[in-house]
Design a protein around this ligand. Structure first.
Ligand SMILES: *Cc1c(COP(=O)(O)O)cnc(C)c1O
Length: 414
């Protein structure tokens, strides 16, 4: 790239940065192009992207099928209001419902938090139209993350995110993750639903055993409560199946999707059974942008790729390879990392050193990762990653471990 152009884009960047509300602790790094699992920085450096835009770019960057689908749609029609029928959205809804094995309808929106808001409203409305409007409370779990709107923050219950934003939205009761007795005790005359992530992403890539989820299903059946799964991060292939809850052998009543749903195009969805959605009649909820033609095109194109034969076999094979290779790095650098957890390609590496230091050391090796709770570094490669790219990443991780390992440094000095 011409030097002048680089200098100019950097000037432009630093000027605009100063006018951005500084709610993100951004790295001083910007990209201008992507190719599969690679991101190319404005200075030409190539980074291996194991963030995938935080579990968004499941098919990598600039996937030809997605590019084609969005380009074709962009030339025809971008947006019409939900006052009218949108055939592409109807098609996507039908495909998602069929693939889910439980849902009858989908509501489209633009983000994970919005999808969660729709789930929360639906659960309350279900109880209200059944003549139990007093049932509005939702049981959630410690370590959860459901978004940054006022209600989803209250659902997540993280003090650090709630602080300073006024009275918290009423109606969420949080219990310890995996504690069935505490969950039973929390059910009262005002309980409407139980809300849980099949695998906590932000919370540190952790999950109770499948039996816990089956027990929640039973509790909900016994007490006429809605079971809500937040699959915003785990859904759309991230855990090696289209939806993470498949491995539990049970289904929810209501499920939130977003992140990878549009392959990078902002899109969320609330899927539900007809029974759960029975109170959501015309006028009870809405969205201006939700499920517009560009989003529907991106969603359908994402599904085209994911539902092709062999796609999830590949994800599961890559998952096995990555976790094996990571375990071997753990064995060799126990003073830097000490545990590998997760499912599919939602993998957490628990650090011994501060996880933020490991993220920075990896970035210095041009491998991009994301932090999470419990001192975990998340590895979220695009699902199309191949074995050579995994080996490349492991090489970068080893170099970062050497840089951070007191033992390795001592060996070098001695
Ligand atoms: C990211 C995330 C959300 C929030 O999604 P946004 O699109 O940022 O609003 C909600 N739930 C889970 C589990 C997530 O990982």
């Amino acid at each position: 790239m011409p030097l002048q152009q680089t200098a100019m884009s950097q000037t432009v960047m630093s000027q605009t940065t100063t006018h951005m509300l500084p709610v993100f602790a951004r790295a001083d790094l910007a990209f201008e192009r992507g190719e599969g699992p690679w991101l190319i920085a404005t200075n030409g450096d190539r980074y291996l992207d194991f963030t995938s835009g935080v579990a968004v770019n499941a098919l990598g960057h600039a996937h030809p099928h997605l590019v084609q689908a969005v380009q074709n749609q962009a030339a025809k029609l971008w947006h019409v209001s939900n006052l009218f029928r949108i055939a592409e959205g109807e098609q996507l809804a039908a495909r998602l419902c069929t693939a889910s094995g439980f849902a009858d309808t989908a509501f489209f929106c633009n983000s994970g938090a919005e999808a969660m808001e729709a789930c929360i409203k639906m659960a309350r409305k279900y109880q209200a139209v059944n003549g139990k409007p007093e049932r509005y409370r939702i049981i959630t779990f410690e370590g959860a993350f459901h978004g940054r709107t006022l209600a989803t923050l209250a659902a997540g219950g993280q003090e650090k995110y709630l602080e300073g934003f006024g009275p918290r939205v009423e109606g969420f009761d949080q219990v310890t993750l995996g504690d069935l007795e505490a969950t039973k005790k929390a059910i009262g005359p005002n309980t409407a639903a139980i809300l849980i992530e099949p695998l906590q992403g932000e919370g540190g890539v952790r999950a109770p055993p499948p039996a816990f989820f089956r027990a929640l299903r039973q509790l909900c059946d016994d007490n006429d409560l809605m079971l809500i799964f937040d699959e915003v991060q785990t859904g759309m292939g991230r855990t090696g199946e289209l939806f993470a809850h498949t491995r539990f052998g049970i289904t929810p009543d209501i499920m939130a999707l977003a992140k990878a749903l549009g392959g990078g195009f902002p899109m969320g969805a609330c899927l539900s059974t007809a029974k759960a959605g029975k109170g959501m009649t015309a006028g009870t909820h809405g969205s201006t942008f939700g499920g517009n033609l560009l989003a529907a095109a991106a969603g359908n194109a994402t599904l085209d790729v994911m539902l092709a034969p062999g796609f999830f076999d590949h994800v599961q094979r890559m998952s096995l390879l990555l976790t094996q290779k990571l375990a071997s790095v753990c064995d060799r650098y126990p003073d830097v990392i000490h545990e590998v957890r997760g499912e599919g390609l939602l993998i957490g590496v628990r650090a011994v050193v501060p996880s933020g230091d490991l993220v920075v050391a990896l970035r210095n090796e041009k491998l991009l990762t994301v932090g999470a709770g419990e001192n975990v570094v998340r590895m979220l490669p695009p699902l199309i990653v191949n074995e050579a790219e995994l080996d490349d990443a492991i090489g970068r991780l080893e170099r970062a471990c050497i840089a951070l390992s007191p033992d390795a440094q001592k060996r070098k000095a001695g």
